[in-house]
Design a protein around this ligand. Structure first.
Ligand SMILES: C[S@@+](CC[C@H](N)C(=O)[O-])C[C@H]1O[C@@H](n2cnc3c(N)ncnc32)[C@H](O)[C@@H]1O
Length: 619
């Protein structure tokens, strides 16, 4: 298939040959078409040769010959199609492209579109390429289609039918599929024409930032529970290897680093192993408790001694020696026999004098609380086991505790051996406000922020509630779930007016507002909070030092919010330069794999399977 210009050159060669019995020279072609140079003429000849329209050997003087005539069709290029985000559908025709009938089959009507965006790169379709489409209104599963969605937005994707919906699948590992209940098929791709005169520079300029896929950050199949990292589950934990690699790349031994959403303390534990001093900040008291226990080295000999004594003590505690704790719905979440066993264990742990040792066993106890409760353990939200399963639920409380305690002793043994002489200070506070860390004092800030869905999907407070009710880390454990309202994005803004300067954010907010204004106000509140956190991080960081954020691009109301780009834009407004955005797969990140933000019964949505590492540098 040829461009209009190529067809003209071919016609010229053909006519010239008829007249002269030999082909025109490159110079004659150059003059005829007022081309800039002979090499441009050569370029056209080469393309015609590659397309099989001219015989090879044009370089030998006047040796060119046209291939015997084939039936060609002229296909209108109707406009631009987005192979990324959908754009307003198809524009008016202005150009045509000539292709041979053989290339697209004898049947059907065809049109062509120029591709904009990179969502189909794994199918060999690049920004600026032309795709030839056969008009049809239906497609088979897996066919690459032009689909019109949301009234009048056209996009190029592979189409799959799933239960009650369609999946529009991009062919680019950095992008997520779209799901729709309705899709209008406008045709199927039958031919791809590689971009000749590149459009890509022009269209690439539309995205201010570039994502770089780097599979070396996946750490697929690697152990993530080494040292103290496996002591306790926590939602959306760092992969230790990611934290370590960031620390090694952007800080050096004896530096002071800070994780402003430290959660269970993965980055802090890694910092100490690498000889960096570390601050950690988090609003969740359970996170603070876990982070302290995970980063405080304890001599394993002491731990083993205390452990044996603890088991002996727990066995001797009689039912009459304990008090059943009193908190709301305790009988709903725990069976009576479980409550008694937990209460005995807790009493035995509380008798340990050394606080660090007591805390380490309390962490194992907290995990035991989760696993022996009536909740489904695969969920971060509190969901009760039902029916027969609940009746048959007879957890071996002591067995669970022993397994956890012994795992923690083993992890601490390695940690005690390898932790360097560095400090870790953990602050319970709100990272969008000052937390007492001096300005210009930090060598590297690294963090994985919440995704802004604490009230819906990754509910840190709700996750922490049962433990909180048993291990006394909350002032009022009955209010632990309420923590989710205090976290970033926990309270919707009053309206949608704001002062954040981010085109990407505004675009996402517009799209969400069109469907659900309340959700848009939730989302806005998250980014306002996040922007304040970026400002605080900027203040604490030394000039020219790095702020590395590991973040997923969340889907709200089917709108993918490019949080990585938004962070880059907001950061640059504050005084950072965005140096790099790396995309990694998250094989092991503990996020809910399936939930249903669409509210369509039976519709499942992948929550996250990729995240971006945004590298900002203070100017
Ligand atoms: C993705 S998690 C961090 C997980 C951590 N990297 C780990 O490995 O365990 C995000 C954390 O941000 C905390 N958080 C949310 N809003 C906060 C705020 N405004 N200030 C401080 N921490 C906050 C949550 O409590 C949660 O622990």
């Amino acid at each position: 298939m040829l461009t209009k210009k190529q067809v003209q050159v071919l016609d010229f060669v053909r006519d010239y040959r008829k007249k002269h019995d030999y082909a025109p020279s490159l110079d004659e072609i150059k003059k005829k078409f007022k081309l800039a140079s002979v090499s441009t003429a050569h370029y056209y000849i080469k393309k015609l040769q590659d397309a099989g329209q001219l015989k090879k050997g044009y370089n030998s003087p006047r040796s060119v010959a046209t291939i015997s005539e084939k039936q060609t069709i002229e296909v209108p290029i109707l406009g631009v199609i987005a192979a990324g985000q959908p754009i307003e559908a198809i524009e008016t025709p202005d150009e045509t492209i000539t292709i041979t009938r053989d290339e697209v089959g004898r049947q059907g009507k065809h049109y062509a579109l120029r591709v904009q965006g990179n969502s189909m790169i794994e199918e060999g379709i690049f920004d600026g390429d032309i795709v030839v489409i056969r008009k049809q209104e239906a497609a088979d599963n897996g066919q690459m289609v032009v689909a019109v969605i949301d009234d009048n937005e056209a996009t190029l994707k592979k189409l799959y039918r799933e239960r009650g919906r369609f999946r529009l699948q991009p062919a680019n590992p950095t992008l997520f599929p779209m799901y729709r209940k309705e899709v209008e098929v406008r045709g199927v791709v039958v031919k791809i024409i590689r971009n000749l005169e590149s459009l890509s520079d022009e269209s690439r300029a539309k995205d201010k930032y570039l994502r770089k896929i780097d599979y070396s950050w996946d750490y697929r199949g690697e152990k993530t529970k080494s040292y103290t990292h496996g002591m306790h589950t926590y939602p959306a934990m760092f992969i230790p290897q990611v934290a370590r690699r960031i620390l090694e790349a952007y800080s050096k031994p004896r530096d002071t680093v800070c994780d402003i959403f430290c959660g269970s303390g993965t980055a802090l534990a890694e910092s100490r192993l690498l000889g960096r001093n570390a601050y950690g900040i988090d609003l969740n008291p359970l996170a603070i408790f876990l982070a302290k226990a995970k980063t405080t080295p304890i001599d394993p000999k002491k731990l083993i001694r205390e452990y044996q004594a603890l088991l002996g003590r727990a066995e001797k505690i009689k039912n009459t020696d304990i008090e059943k704790p009193d908190f709301k719905n305790i009988d709903f979440w725990f069976k009576d026999s479980v409550i008694i066993k937990l209460a005995k264990l807790k009493k035995a742990i509380r008798q340990i004098e050394d606080h660090a040792v007591q805390d380490l066993f309390m962490v194992a106890f907290s995990e035991t609380v989760r696993y022996s409760s009536n909740t489904k353990t695969g969920e971060f939200k509190l969901v009760r086991i039902k029916g027969e399963k609940l009746e048959n639920h007879h957890p071996d409380v002591l067995g669970i505790f022993r397994k956890n305690a012994e795992k923690n002793i083993a992890g601490m043994t390695d940690y005690f051996r390898d932790a360097k002489n560095a400090w870790v200070k953990i602050i319970q506070g709100d990272s969008s406000k000052p937390n007492g860390i001096d300005n210009n004092s930090i060598d590297c800030v690294l963090t994985s922020p919440p995704y802004g869905d604490s009230r819906t999907t990754v509910a840190y407070g709700q996750f922490s509630r049962l433990s909180a009710q048993w291990i006394d880390v909350f002032d009022d454990p009955n209010k632990a779930s309420g923590l989710d309202n205090e976290l970033l994005g926990g309270r919707a803004t009053r309206n949608l007016t704001h002062e954040l300067s981010s085109e990407y954010l505004n675009d996402a907010l517009d799209r969400i507002t069109r469907q659900d204004e309340n959700r848009a106000r939730d989302v806005l509140s998250f980014y306002i909070g996040l922007n304040d956190c970026l400002k605080q991080a900027y203040k604490m960081l030394k000039p020219k030092k790095y702020f590395c954020l590991v973040i997923g691009n969340r889907l709200v109301k089917q709108v993918r919010i490019p949080t990585d780009f938004i962070i880059a834009e907001l950061g640059e407004n504050i005084g950072f330069t965005c140096e790099e955005i790396i995309v990694r797969n998250i094989p092991g990140k503990r996020m809910p794999i399936k939930n249903s933000p669409t509210n369509i019964v039976g519709a499942l949505e992948e929550t996250m399977n990729k995240e971006s590492i945004v590298i900002l540098r203070k100017n």
